[in-house]
Design a protein around this ligand. Structure first.
Ligand code: FAD
Ligand code: NAP
Length: 542
């Protein structure tokens, strides 16, 4: 079913394609590779000037993964995973970007990628069953399939603080960091935001800058990374059995950590001593594994409270000034906002050039030409770093004019919150796929694993359409409604609803509050496989 030659119509200069992929991060690159295996004429359109997605844009000091590097990488190509050498337990942004550049070169992907171009609109023509994709360079493509590999955390959230644009100094957003880097020497720097990006960058900015003032709305639970160079013997042992090792990770609820002994006990079923010893052991291992200390930390409030108070006690030990320690101590459910993995974050507040301003009760009210104003107090600064996160999961899709059947826009379809079937398709938008879309495990997992599962699923869906001589696939409204109800029911069993997280859209004013990801990777994957085996019930294929 591939079109001949990806030809350009000489009159309209409209390119005819089988597939347009939007985005050239982990998802877009793999999707292009797999589209080629089907013989599809494909173009990737990427707003950035290079591949990498997240790792192209987030170049702030300290940016690195918090999923171990050996797992935070593609598992679909044995030679690739054997030849690539990660240097650290948690790779830095430059190293991950170098890896994705290597992938692009190794598989000759760049020849099908248009860089520096933003997709602005996609509309479905019901008569021809084709999508028209319009981009910022004025070009149009007519294509059978559109794959939105636009990323869950790719649309920067810059808070509309009054006077923001009046600031006379330099401003930065962590997710749009200058490629040439930033020299903070001799500067007084405001950092607004204390999620993962703030926590990673503040210690390094503090090492350089004259003074750092951190504006904190909600304190984060953070556990140490204990980052270190990878042990060559351990790496060799993993590589000797990499295929099996990856497979084990895919059989978990988070898509990573399959090699760690699973602690299949409630925190309430052990003595206080044993509980503390377990937390101590996990704290020493470091990283997100802390939340796997017991099997009910995100299910049972009582169990959760034991982990939360353990972390608070750790903060109190690390931070010298008790008042600062108290301000840095969260009192919410641990894990209901994404757990943060840190290197020297809390210790940084013992430095004499770092101060903390609590903006939970009295928000940043204004930014003037020279200052950040809180509670009438002018904090004079030279630079402002916005570590204020993203319009997560829907933001990048919302910025594209997507029009499906009957002229209905995706914005309209999602006005009360995103609705999908399996996080892969939206009713009324045939042949349009979302990689790690809302309603799939996505951001609750090792995202590379979720991306691979979705890309392979989309590839197989298309392959089965072609094998059966069909042209379109589309979610039904009924199946979609059932799926949305199911996602809500599963999320409702967990403690994820207990705080105002970006998982719920709560960080963006006016965004509908709907829990967007689906907890539980392995169950989800098993369900997707069953749907495929049964001939895609819930989807109309025609
Ligand atoms: P992205 O990498 O976000 O790529 C999407 C691309 O689409 C972007 O390059 C963007 O420019 C492009 N795009 C969007 N809209 C358009 C448009 N309209 N036109 C053209 N191009 C467009 N996940 C983990 O599992 N483990 C981690 O340790 C981890 N660390 C992270 C650290 C940071 C700092 C951040 C921000 C996220 C992290 N994540 C992590 C999540 C991370 O986003 C995913 O792991 C993964 O990189 C997503 O890949 P992707 O290809 O789906 O999306
Ligand atoms: P984030 O988790 O959403 O954190 C944004 C921070 O900015 C929060 O502390 C938020 O406070 C604050 N904020 C937003 N608007 C504000 C305002 N108007 N005034 C004051 N404070 C404001 O964003 P992020 O840190 O960029 O991380 C997003 C996600 O990306 C992470 O959860 C993670 O999935 C991924 N990530 C991973 C890593 C890693 O370690 N590998 C690093 C960076 C990012 P509230 O909490 O009160 O909203």
């Amino acid at each position: 079913m591939a079109v001949a030659g990806g030809a350009c119509d000489p009159v309209a200069m409209t390119r005819q394609l089988d597939m347009v992929i939007v985005g050239a991060g982990f998802a877009g690159l793999y999707m292009l590779h797999e589209a080629r295996t089907l013989g599809l004429e494909t173009e990737v359109i990427e707003a950035g000037d290079g591949v990498g997605g997240t790792w192209y844009w987030n170049r702030y000091p300290g940016a690195r993964c918090d999923t171990p590097s050996m797992e935070y990488s593609y598992g679909w190509h044995e030679a690739l995973q054997q030849e690539w050498e990660w240097s650290e337990k948690y790779a830095t942004q430059p190293e991950i970007l170098a890896y994705l550049d290597h992938v692009a070169d190794r598989f000759d992907l760049r020849r099908d990628i248009t860089f520096g171009t933003r997709v602005e609109a996609c509309s479905f023509d019901e008569a021809t069953e084709r999508w028209t994709v319009r981009s910022s360079n004025g070009q149009e493509r007519i294509t059978r399939f559109v794959v939105m590999a636009t990323g869950c955390l790719s649309s920067a959230n810059l808070p509309a603080i009054p006077g923001r644009d009046d600031f006379g100094g330099r401003t930065f957003h962590t997710g749009r960091w200058p490629h040439e880097g930033v020299d903070f020497a001799g500067r007084c720097v405001a950092v607004i935001g204390t999620g993962s990006s703030g926590v990673q960058s503040i210690p390094l900015i503090a090492e350089q800058a004259d003074q750092v003032i951190v504006f904190q709305r909600t304190p984060s639970y953070a556990v140490p990374a204990h980052n270190e160079p990878l042990d060559p013997e351990q790496v060799a042992a993993i590589k000797a059995d990499y295929v099996e090792w990856r497979k084990t990770a895919r059989d978990t609820s988070t898509g990573f950590g399959g090699h760690m002994a699973r602690l299949d006990r409630s925190a309430m079923d052990v003595s206080e001593e044993e509980r503390r010893a377990t937390y101590d052991a996990r704290w020493e291992i470091g990283g997100l594994f802390f939340l796997g200390s017991f099997n009910d930390l995100l299910l049972n409030p009582e169990s959760n409270a034991t982990a939360a108070s353990y972390v608070r006690a750790r903060i109190a030990k690390i931070v010298d000034d008790p008042e600062t320690a108290a301000m840095l101590s969260p009192d919410t459910t641990i894990g209901c906002k994404r757990l943060v993995v840190d290197t020297d974050y809390f210790r940084t507040f013992n430095r004499s050039n770092v101060s903390l301003v609590d903006v939970s009760a009295t928000p940043v009210e204004q930014i003037t030409e020279t200052a950040v104003v809180v509670d009438g107090l002018h904090h004079h600064v030279d630079d402002i770093v916005f570590a204020t996160g993203f319009d997560a999961m829907t933001g990048s899709l919302d910025r594209i004019d997507i029009t499906g059947r009957g002229g209905r826009t995706l914005r309209d379809a999602w006005s009360a919150g995103p609705t999908t079937l399996l996080g892969l398709q939206v009713a009324g938008f045939p042949n349009l796929f979302t990689v790690t879309g809302p309603g799939s495990p996505s951001v609750l997992t090792n995202m590379v694993v979720s991306i691979e599962q979705h890309v392979e699923y989309i590839r197989d869906v298309i392959s089965s359409l072609d094998a059966e001589g069909l042209s379109t696939i589309e979610a039904t409204e009924e199946a979609q409604a059932e799926w949305v109800a199911w996602v809500n029911a599963v999320a409702g069993l967990t403690l994820f609803h207990g705080c105002s997280s970006w998982y719920l859209g709560a960080n963006v004013p006016g965004k509908p509050r709907v829990f967007m990801p689906l907890p539980g990777f392995v169950d989800y994957k098993t369900h997707c496989d069953a749907v495929a085996a049964e001939g895609y019930p819930g989807f109309v294929r025609a």
